[in-house]
Design a protein around this ligand. Sequence first.
Ligand SMILES: [Fe+2]
Ligand SMILES: [Fe+2]
Length: 297
Amino acid sequence: MSEIKEPLRILHFSDIHVGLQIRHMSWKKWFSKRAIGAINLLRGRAKYFDEVEEKIAALIRFKEANNIDLVIHTGDYTALGLESELKLAKQLVSPLMTPPQRYVTVPGNHDIYAHEASSHYRFSEQFCSVLQNDLPEYCRGGHWPLIRLVGDDVAVIAVNSSRPNPWPWRSNGSIPQEQLDALKEILEDSHIKNRYVFVITHYAPRLKNGLPDSKLHGLINADAFLETCKGIANGAILCGHVHQTYQVALEGLSCDLYCAGSATMEGHEGFWVYEVKNNHLKAKAVFWDAKNSSYRY
Ligand SMILES: [Fe+2]
Ligand SMILES: [Fe+2]
């Protein structure tokens, strides 16, 4: 008799944008001239994230009520990547990080926004407990790619596409070639080959309509990334950055792309729950029920 297994349940959320009191801050205190435009731009957007703490609390309740085995966050925890914002974001999501082996994440462009020299270090410092790598021999810079083997059937491969990019009119990203080369090798590794594989990164290689994002907002080397992802035998690509929850088939690939959108942006709140069983994925979209201050399928 074949073994009957429970599906593995994965919650994938993104772009929570914990922004402190960005709308009430004095920019003169802490920024150079070129950041002023960015701050003004972000101040305008910040009002859509006013209820972020309440929504993250609801997300924690959702996780507890729905037997979630693994949590994935695809970046943009903050508005400006300030240490104080990263600390607050970490504090808010920390109930989702237990055990740390069951939480996988990448930084978003906003998490390394403002301080070029030490920005990656600052993100890693706050999130180090969940940056453990099960196959560190593939690391090609910092923590990336980061691989997590989950049970016997699932693997998550996190590649970092975010970089310091403080100009207000440009928020694009790129996956360094060394990480793409490593990803190609990882997908052929015997530890990975028979598992259902999630390749996660912040930037969306395709929009909802199947087309690439714009040059100034998107993943610059999206085509090279998708070419490498042709090595995914059984799996899915997960991303954030675009604040809309969507799924799209990818031309020439046997896997789909799932963008989590933003779990907290007013009017756009959403995320995904995936169930993986016998190498098959069932995806369920989750949305915000403002009336009941809770998330529901
Ligand atoms: Fe975002
Ligand atoms: Fe982003």
